[in-house]
Design a protein. Structure first.
Length: 366
């Protein structure tokens, strides 16, 4: 396809969005967060003051949704704050963006709900947010080979006590996670939801960044309850995810394979395998050392043989037979097919020879 150009016939004014934001920051952000940032840019170019409630009404969101979006961009150093002489937040700053996004940092529990209206000609003394923090480039080491996640034993839940619940109310990171969860779930959290997040933090040992990405991921999968998030967290724990980057890389690495397996088995109503199905996939990759192409070919053959009932155990049976013939690549499958054909042909010849011998022996005996 030929390259397409973009032009315009409109005489309307435009708001300038940084190319760095589009290339580096926008791709990983929640869609609502992107909306809020673009709208803030629009307000800046229009010289407009604003109310948090006005933005919420404009996008049919809650004020908490808007606050959560602003906090997200503050943690990525995309936005900052200005302060008045009373050290109160008086405005939001569109910061100069780096070519490589800085890693999310744990932030103080900033209260921006007090931001009511920011006049366009505000002349109060302000002090820019400290920007002396060094950039931190996230390192992503390339794996030597693809390895399916190993399964770890899951720790039991600690008994929930009144003292632990009280201490949770002072934990700023946990309170931020609970605030985000309320926004994603679009409801106030029940105590059982809160207990799930405490379990994820205390017993599974998830960091703030990992819990935050867990929430983002679960929201895309429509898993909108504490129990559903806890269940997903347990799967992540079993696979050994300890950082946001590790989880993101691993999920991205295997998501396409999972989707292909399910599609070729005729399973079109979901995109992720169940825990029992995941055990099969882990075996095929880690123990049997099959390539993705071999696994997909086995799924295709299973679906051809049993269009309405192809299953993971059936695929496993095909792969077990291929393993006996030393199959690890698609090229090996051809050799295995030829070998099986030869064996079947030779077995048929032997059977015919035996039948002929028995007929001759019977004739002689008569």
């Amino acid at each position: 396809m030929e390259t397409l150009n973009i032009s315009t016939e409109t005489k309307e004014t435009f708001s300038s969005i940084s190319n760095v934001f589009i290339d580096e920051y926008m791709t990983e952000a929640n869609g609502d967060f992107v909306k809020i940032y673009i709208y803030l840019v629009r307000l800046f170019h229009g010289g407009c003051g604003f109310l948090i409630s006005d933005i919420a009404d404009h996008f049919n969101m809650t004020e908490n949704d808007v606050i959560r979006a602003v906090k997200y961009w503050v943690r990525l150093d995309v936005l900052g704050f200005t302060y008045n002489s009373s050290d109160k937040i008086s405005g939001i700053v569109l910061k100069e963006l780096k070519a490589t996004p800085v890693k999310k940092r744990k932030h103080d529990n900033i209260d921006i709900t007090a931001v009511m209206r920011i006049p366009a000609d505000d002349t109060e003394d302000v002090k820019p947010e400290d920007t002396a923090q060094q950039d931190k480039t996230v390192s992503r080491a390339e794996p030597e080979k693809k390895v399916a996640p190993e399964v770890r034993e899951v720790p039991k839940k600690s008994q929930m006590t009144a003292k632990r619940l009280e201490s949770a109310s002072y934990d700023e990171n946990l309170q931020e996670i609970l605030s985000q969860a309320e926004a994603y779930f679009d409801r106030e959290l029940a105590q059982r939801d809160i207990n799930s997040f405490i379990y994820i933090q205390d017993n599974l040992g998830f960091s703030f960044e990992l819990m935050e990405y867990l929430l983002e991921y679960c929201a895309t999968q429509k898993k909108l309850s504490g129990a559903a998030v806890e269940k997903e967290a347990i799967e992540w724990y079993k696979r050994g995810y300890e950082t946001r980057e590790q989880a993101k890389e691993d999920i991205g690495q295997f998501r396409e394979l999972y989707r292909s397996i399910l599609t070729n088995l005729g399973i079109a109503n979901r995109v992720s395998p169940t825990p029992s199905e995941l055990k099969y996939i882990t075996k095929w990759i880690n123990d049997d050392l099959f390539t993705d192409e071999v696994i997909i070919e086995a799924c295709k053959r299973a679906n051809l043989s049993k269009p309405n009932s192809a299953s993971f155990p059936y695929v496993n049976g095909i792969l077990d037979k291929w393993k006996k013939f030393g199959v690890h690549t698609v090229g090996d499958i051809v050799k295995a097919d030829n070998s099986r054909y030869y064996e079947k042909s030779r077995s048929k010849e032997i059977a015919e020879e035996n039948d002929e011998f028995m007929r001759m022996a019977k004739k002689l005996m008569n």
